[in-house]
Design a protein. Structure first.
Length: 315
């Protein structure tokens, strides 16, 4: 018997395991860029790599529409070194406007939901002034390329809370304080995810409800670190944080690599674990970002494992 889930969309992050030579995260090593003395030559190098990343992103979006994937996470390295002062010597949004606009048009015309996930060095609740300045620069870069694609605030940026600094309560309050110092366009894209070592559902919900921002539930992270929260009990509260956006709530789902290394992601998804989650979430409308080492191949394997029919997939 085929399984149909009309209220759930699926997707993956950044890179395909199926489409060859299609990296969207090629970069220019900072050490190499520093060796180039002429700014025009530096810009040429950055632009060439950025155009290749955007070209491959376009290829992946068409691949995704064929496979019926409605979710996609853009690579943080779409524009090489765009979150570093040395890489900000050109206006990529203007120069690459045709390519960025084309990506946005594909997203709109195919009803895709997209996001980005700023890197681990972007820490909103940091105690360090320089780190916070770097964080703002990185978040502004993500907002800039999403805006240049013509995407509204439903194209979200997923962040973690940050460090605990031996004082969780104070660190949560510092997140709130620092959040209000972020540029308004950045604030309007931020969604906050529970992590696997420090901040559980309860902690992140406190931030999301205080700041009126959505929460991304990471089921694997919850299994790795929680404070006794019952997932079924908290789902309504988590999903309710998305009510101001015009897109379904978004969750992350992955499986542990093995029993000894539970924090790392496996190549594929454990179908029994996914079906167990589905039992408590089947009555909700939401989207699932699959975080597995095999990316899109893992999504298709999950479809096969649970005998799922995807209406928009071109079989």
């Amino acid at each position: 018997m085929k399984l149909e889930l009309p209220n759930i969309n699926f997707g993956y992050a950044c890179i395909s395991s199926m489409i060859k030579n299609c990296s969207t995260a090629k970069t220019v090593p900072l050490s190499q860029l520093k060796k180039i003395e002429d700014d025009a030559a530096r810009i040429w190098r950055l632009e060439r790599v950025a155009r290749e990343n955007l070209k491959n992103t376009t290829r992946l979006l068409w691949h995704n529409t064929t496979e019926g994937f409605k979710l996609y996470r853009f690579s943080s390295q779409l524009i090489p070194l765009a979150n570093h002062p040395l890489g900000q010597i050109w206006d990529f949004a203007q120069i690459l406007s045709p390519e960025l606009s084309k990506i946005g048009q594909i997203v709109h015309s195919n009803n895709l939901w997209v996001s980005s996930h700023p890197g681990q060095y972007s820490v909103i609740n940091t105690k360090n002034k320089t780190t916070f300045e770097n964080t703002i620069r990185d978040l502004e870069y993500h907002d800039k390329f999403l805006t240049a694609m013509g995407l509204d605030k439903n194209a979200v940026m997923v962040v973690h809370v940050g460090g605990v600094y031996n004082a969780k309560k104070q660190s949560l309050e510092r997140f709130i304080t620092n959040f209000h110092h972020l540029p308004k366009p950045v604030q309007q894209r931020i969604v906050i995810e529970n992590d696997d070592t420090s901040y559980s559902i309860k902690d992140v919900l406190y931030l999301c409800e205080t700041l009126k921002r959505p929460m991304v539930l990471d089921v694997h992270h919850h299994n790795c670190y929680n404070q006794g929260e019952d997932l079924k009990e908290y789902l309504p509260q988590i999903f309710a944080t998305w009510h101001e956006l015009q897109r379904p709530p978004k969750i992350h789902f992955s499986s542990p690599k093995n029993k000894k290394d539970i924090l790392s992601h496996a190549d594929y998804i454990n179908p029994d674990a996914f079906m167990a989650f589905l039992e408590i979430a089947i009555d909700y409308t939401f989207d699932v970002m699959i975080e597995a080492k095999k990316q899109d191949k893992a999504v298709i394997q999950l479809f096969k494992d649970i005998n799922l029919v995807v209406p928009d997939r071109a079989y």
